[in-house]
Ligand binder design. Structure first.
Ligand SMILES: [Fe+2]
Length: 287
């Protein structure tokens, strides 16, 4: 069981792509992004969760509760706006680390390359990726600016719990003795972006523009529009690289494990947003 059939690796990664998209659809906020607007049940659940949190200090007046159960379109837009702009800020917190992770995985894979010459082509491919992934977080920052988020707010926001876990998982794998595991994360993060029938990013962008009610949304989706285009090519190249690299069983396991872990935490990012502007909006509805 020295080498593993790479087609089986791709098969398992494809299952994890589907799992990740399912996890995203189970998140009220992520499903809202995909459909362009959070649905009424998702709105109620989110509003009730925020009202129940004593840190938000929202007074649950009868007026407010009646609006929570019978929201008007402006209420949905207020939640969409708050969630989407805060998500962009979180995206700007993980994206700048991606080129660094690729760079570290090149170094750790490189150390193994003397006994595994078949890794050479993958390393060359990763070296191109470092260049191509650099600076992408700036799109997320520009999109956040378009929605009125200030530079001070971006600088003052820490990566949330799910983003911190994302960063820890990737830091751990690129420094481990199975650094090829990083390819598992790269594969599913690229796949949800790539345009395909069962995809997420392309319909999300179109629906947000058409249905979210977020002012200036057209100027706030460049990070996804650019990735939807770029990643079609990336996923093809990456699949080809994986298919021609016979990997050890441990590497194969690491790819599948990291893909699963990242698919889970990525889908949780919007669930940990404090939704500050929406909390202020709810407070304004109480009287
Ligand atoms: Fe990117």
């Amino acid at each position: 069981m020295e080498n593993w059939n790479p087609e089986e690796t791709i098969g398992l990664l494809e299952i994890e792509v589907k799992n990740m998209i399912n996890n995203m659809r189970h998140s009220d906020i992520f499903r809202g992004f995909l459909n362009g607007s959070v649905d009424i049940d998702g709105y109620r659940r989110t509003a009730l969760r925020l009202i129940a949190n004593p840190l938000n200090r929202i007074e649950a007046t009868p007026e407010l509760m009646s609006r929570v159960y019978n929201p008007i379109p402006e209420d949905l837009s207020a939640l969409n706006h708050s969630a989407y702009s805060e998500w962009l800020v979180q995206v700007s917190k993980y994206m700048p680390h991606n080129p660094g992770f690729i760079g570290k995985s090149i170094r750790t894979i490189g150390k193994l390359a003397h006994e595994r010459p078949e890794y050479k082509s993958l390393i060359e491919h990763l070296a191109i990726d470092v260049q191509e992934e650099t600076g992408h977080h700036k799109w997320a920052i520009d999109d956040a600016f378009a929605l009125g988020v200030s530079e001070k707010e971006i600088k003052g926001t820490r990566p949330n719990q799910a983003v911190r876990q994302y960063l820890l998982i990737l830091e751990d794998v690129v420094n481990s003795d199975t650094p090829l595991g990083f390819e598992g994360a790269a594969y599913i993060l690229t796949s949800w972006a790539a345009v395909r029938d069962e995809g997420f990013m392309y319909p999300m962008t179109v629906n947000l523009i058409q249905k979210s009610g977020i002012p200036e949304i057209k100027n706030a989706v460049s990070v996804w529009q650019n990735h939807a285009t770029l990643d079609q090519e990336h996923i093809q190249d990456q699949t080809n690289e994986i298919l021609k690299t016979p990997v050890k069983y441990g590497d194969h396991q690491a790819m599948a494990r990291v893909a699963k872990d990242i698919g889970k935490v990525y889908a949780e990012i919007p669930e940990h947003l404090p939704l500050r502007t929406f909390v202020r909006y709810l407070k304004s509805l109480r009287a």
